[in-house]
Write a protein that binds this ligand. Structure first.
Ligand code: AKB
Length: 315
């Protein structure tokens, strides 16, 4: 098998995915890349600014890359601070990856989409995969457009692009940056370090979420599935669990009864309110056997167990 390149390997998902792919395929098979080297990577690492076509092509040719995971993007909340810049960055990096892949014999591309593609036109509960997409953020607009481009490259050039619509991803291994669902990671860090948490969403804002272990398992399963079982070349809905800040705080308080939370909603509330509350992922389940392992209780138990080890080390 040819080598795998991860663009945006230093991000929340990339950090964990890179290590998992190394375990699956061997350290030498995987090339991590990002704008900066945060020093955490063993094995191959290359500096790549994904807006630079030549640089991606250089690395793809140097390592004879056959699979690319394109994880670099500006997320929902940060994206609203610079709408045109976000569109430029999210679209340019995708076009670069698709074109480099098409012209350099890359066989498979993974493109992460998001629940941010959904807007006011969808049913909020069990939102179906084939829904009308009218996203409320530039990030969501870029992902909805990206899904169409993924399908276009598959249909026009036969490039095997696969995609998942991630809900908010919760993990202990890395921190999210600039998203609307970031609170669901921050809250655990505050609880375990024993401080108060001020939430930027209202208490009852229910959103779809997934534990990192499940998100990574789904990603690798999708990429390993036989091509004939991939029935959508837009993007698969992916679900794990759904909860509100009030509900997650109550679960945390079972372990930390003194944990306190208050609510100071900011501009991210409007984004969250435009998103579904739960997701129907039955196509992923029937097409390539997806099934989440973690619910709210088991996710919270593992997050607390893992973060405790980290915070004890820093005491
Ligand atoms: C965000 O909050 O922007 C992301 C996402 C749901 O895509 N975590």
């Amino acid at each position: 098998m040819g080598r795998i390149l991860i663009i945006g390997a230093g991000g929340q998902l990339g950090t964990v995915l890179t290590n998992q792919l190394k375990e699956w395929y061997g350290e030498d098979q995987v090339i991590a890349s990002d704008l900066r080297n945060n020093g955490s990577f063993t094995g191959h690492f290359e500096l790549i600014d994904a807006t630079d076509y030549q640089r991606i092509e250089e690395v793809v040719q140097q390592y004879q890359v056959e699979e690319i995971y394109h994880l670099a993007a500006i997320l929902s909340a940060n994206g609203e601070k610079n709408p045109l810049g976000t569109w430029d960055m999210n679209m340019k990096t995708l076009f670069n990856v698709l074109e480099v892949s098409r012209l350099n014999g890359v066989k498979k591309v993974f493109y992460p989409s998001s629940i941010a593609v959904f807007g006011s036109e969808v049913v909020k509960q069990n939102t179906p995969q084939a829904s009308f997409l009218n996203p409320s953020t530039v990030y969501g607009m870029s992902k909805a457009a990206g899904e169409n481009w993924a399908q276009y490259y598959f249909q026009k050039y036969g490039l095997d692009v696969r995609s998942l619509r991630y809900p908010g991803v919760i993990g202990y291994q890395s921190l999210p940056g600039g998203g609307t669902t970031d609170y669901a990671v921050d809250i655990f860090h505050r609880a375990v370090e024993g401080t108060h948490y001020t939430c930027f969403l209202e208490a009852d804002t229910t959103l779809p979420m997934i534990y990192m272990e499940d998100a990574i398992r789904a990603t690798i399963a999708l990429m390993q599935a036989p091509a004939e079982s991939i029935k959508t070349r837009m993007s698969y809905n992916l679900a794990g669990m759904s909860f509100s800040p009030k509900e997650i705080a109550a679960v945390i308080q079972k372990t930390y009864p003194d944990f306190t939370i208050s609510y100071a909603p900011d501009f991210r509330q409007q984004i969250a309110s435009s998103w579904p509350q739960s997701i129907d992922d039955s196509p992923a389940r029937s097409d390539w056997g997806w099934k989440p392992m973690y619910d709210l209780e088991s996710m919270a138990a593992d997050m607390i167990k893992q973060l405790k080890k980290e915070y004890i080390l820093f005491e």
